[in-house]
Design a protein around this ligand. Structure first.
Ligand SMILES: [Zn+2]
Ligand SMILES: [Zn+2]
Length: 347
């Protein structure tokens, strides 16, 4: 089968022919129909994120149908439309016991990170990781739930965002669009920040009460203005560059929570006096729990959150996708659809 594989830091991803995975006991074989691209792939490419496993098939936002089951799994599951939960924890450590598999120090698998993922025609995962999808969400629309919406759900919980609080969503991509809608649904007042007008327009459509074009004005100052000097209760930092971290910190109010989701090569600097006298918190949020995924699917099913898909491409057009991701030109997610080579437009 065709697969897009990572070969190590600063090496090109390659489209290769590899053998179809064999589901092991307790696993299902998923025929992939849609895989969303995540900004994380750029961090793999640059070497910023190096998990020391290569070669490995990329892609962790995976949707498909169960085509076969291995020993220990009921054949009733064959034909199920599913979305993959991409962590498989050890099941024994403290974090796994309380459902925080994303923090497991002994992961058995992490699809698209240290285990073969979704930029391929098939993937084999434990049965519990293949979560059923409702009929009213299409495969392509479901793909961005896997990381984009689940990450937003998880970060919202960690931030403990309350009703009528001010939430700044700094950086509007797959996670950002989810955060805007979730924060709005929780009754918070949402300020979306981006350097791209089209993304801000979409964020406003999805519930942002204010938008700030970071390429034109100081975000910290503008947030202070909007909030009558108080600053934001929560800033979701989805970018993590020196510039955005400085502005995010400047936008934070008393008892504010600065939640890091995005990162870059840059480090965060803050004088502790700011944290002390304003009782602020700085925290990080990574991935999501299996339960967060169930919640995310339910939120999309009920129309509380809509996924935003910019375009779909064939699996073989992955490099074009990567370029679009690098240039920041996408408004929403790019979804790869596996298909035969003959289906690619000849241009
Ligand atoms: Zn992701
Ligand atoms: Zn564990």
């Amino acid at each position: 089968m065709k697969a897009i594989r990572y070969h190590g830091p600063q090496k090109a991803f390659r489209l290769e022919d590899i053998s179809r995975p064999e589901p092991q006991a307790g696993e299902v074989l998923v025929k992939i129909t849609a895989s969303a691209m995540c900004h994380t792939e750029l961090h793999f490419k640059s070497g910023l994120l190096d998990l020391g496993v290569a070669p490995v098939t990329m892609g962790h936002e995976i949707v498909g149908r169960i085509e076969a089951v291995a020993e220990g799994v009921s054949s009733d599951r064959i034909g199920d439309r599913v979305i993959v939960y991409y962590y498989a924890g050890c099941g024994r450590c403290h974090h796994c016991r309380i459902g925080d598999e994303q923090l497991c120090p002994n992961l058995r698998a992490e699809y698209g990170f240290i285990s073969d993922g979704g930029y391929a025609e098939y993937v084999a995962v434990p049965e519990r990781n293949a979560v059923p999808l409702p009929d009213n969400i299409s495969d392509v629309d479901a793909a961005p739930i896997g990381c984009g919406v689940t990450t937003a759900v998880h970060a919202c919980k960690l931030a403990n965002l309350g009703m009528a609080e001010w939430a700044v969503v700094y950086g509007i991509g797959g996670v950002g669009f989810g955060l805007v809608q979730l924060a709005r649904a929780k009754g918070a007042r949402v300020i979306a920040v981006s350097r791209t007008e089209a993304k801000l327009k979409k964020a406003a459509e999805l519930g942002a009460e204010f938008t700030i074009d970071a390429s034109r004005i100081s975000v910290g100052e503008r947030v202070r203005e909007i909030t009558d000097g108080g600053g934001a209760d929560v800033v979701f930092e989805c970018v993590g560059t020196a510039e955005t971290m400085k502005e995010a910190s400047a936008a934070l109010g008393r008892r504010g929570r600065l939640v890091f989701i995005g990162y870059s090569e840059d480090s965060f600097t803050v004088h502790p006096i700011q944290l002390v006298v304003f009782e602020q918190k700085v925290l990080g949020s990574v991935g999501a729990t299996l339960d967060d995924l169930y919640e995310a699917i339910d939120l999309v099913k009920r129309g509380i959150v809509r996924t935003v898909v910019d375009r779909t491409l064939r699996l073989e057009q992955f490099e074009d996708g990567l370029k679009a991701l690098e240039q920041g030109e996408l408004v929403g997610k790019l979804v790869l659809v596996p298909g035969s080579r003959s289906q690619i437009p000849s241009s």
